[in-house]
Design a protein around this ligand. Sequence first.
Ligand SMILES: CC(C)(COP(=O)(O)OP(=O)(O)OC[C@H]1O[C@@H](n2cnc3c(N)ncnc32)[C@H](O)[C@@H]1OP(=O)(O)O)[C@@H](O)C(=O)NCCC(=O)NCCS
Length: 346
Amino acid sequence: MIPHNARSSVTRGAACPSILGLGHYLPVDTITNLDLASLVDTSDEWITSRTGIHSRHRAGVAEATSDLAIIASRRALADAQLDPGQIDLVILATATPDAPVPATASTVQHALRADRAGAMDLNAGCSGFLYGLHTAEAFIRSGSAEHVLLIGADTLTRVTDYKDRRTCVLFGDGAGACVIAAKGFMQVIYSSVGCDGSQADLICIPAGGSRLPSSVKTIEDRQHYLQLDGSRVFRQAVRRMVESAREALDACGLAASDIAWVIPHQANERILSAVAEKLEIPIPKVVIDVAETGNTSAASVPIALDRARASAHFEPGQLILLVAFGAGLTWACQILRYAPLAETNA
Ligand SMILES: CC(C)(COP(=O)(O)OP(=O)(O)OC[C@H]1O[C@@H](n2cnc3c(N)ncnc32)[C@H](O)[C@@H]1OP(=O)(O)O)[C@@H](O)C(=O)NCCC(=O)NCCS
């Protein structure tokens, strides 16, 4: 028997908090590798071979993170056949809020007319959606909420330095949302989160907060853009995603071969291939959705999950492993059991 603790939880049997509805939104505008090659010294060949990314979506000038989140949320609510008034809590995972104050979740709550719901933002970088799922699951399990609307939404192109070829090729914008309830079609049977704050400087936006408030100098020094140490982040991403997936499998008494699908944070194709190889999971079981989206941070897992579901890959009873890594450094892992509602109610 696995003990429950603050970091991880394992649920066996039918009473697992579940995903009841899913939706996503990608903005219309795109940035191709050729577009980037006109801005910095790079090439389609270099970007494709190092990242697997061909293009990314970019929010329009009038579109903020909340606008993306609202569209994805409406799609998730429609999928769940739920009225916004039935939502008890809105959690928005994002590192690119509309503004520092108020929480962007408040804007989403108001736009949806989710009048009964509390609302809060959560920042765990690219692991944000999985951290949100860990949180939402606990709210449902404790009985504090009946329905939680969880959104992962980011507009990283707003904080990307298009003069820095090391980072500007990686990121895109998007939003994914889900409704979590006591019953749904994807049961959360395991959830864990982790962090190593000692390496927080590997992915950061140095200025604009209380440590280094905005000034003419911080703008001149380009310190409001996302900075990352590519090769060290690469190594940490592989290591942490592999370790947390192995922990999850051990905690549930599962072998890698029991997992039907892996839906990882879509950082880039090389990271995902390395994770799959170390876990000894065949590549066809790994959802790699990065080519046309880039790294959409907290939005990447729910977008990939929704798109994989639409392409009708999942079969009842299959286990799906979600795993993510991001700024913080943070990581998180969940194991879901696909249980369409007809089967759940049987
Ligand atoms: C960013 C990343 C693709 C760079 O690939 P890499 O193989 O590690 O490349 P390096 O950073 O070692 O740079 C190798 C060379 O390519 C150059 N280079 C970097 N970006 C380039 C680009 N867009 N186009 C052409 N050359 C580029 C570098 O300047 C360097 O040249 P130099 O040797 O003359 O100095 C890779 O490190 C990576 O995927 N890191 C993880 C990033 C990530 O996913 N972060 C988010 C995690 S949530």
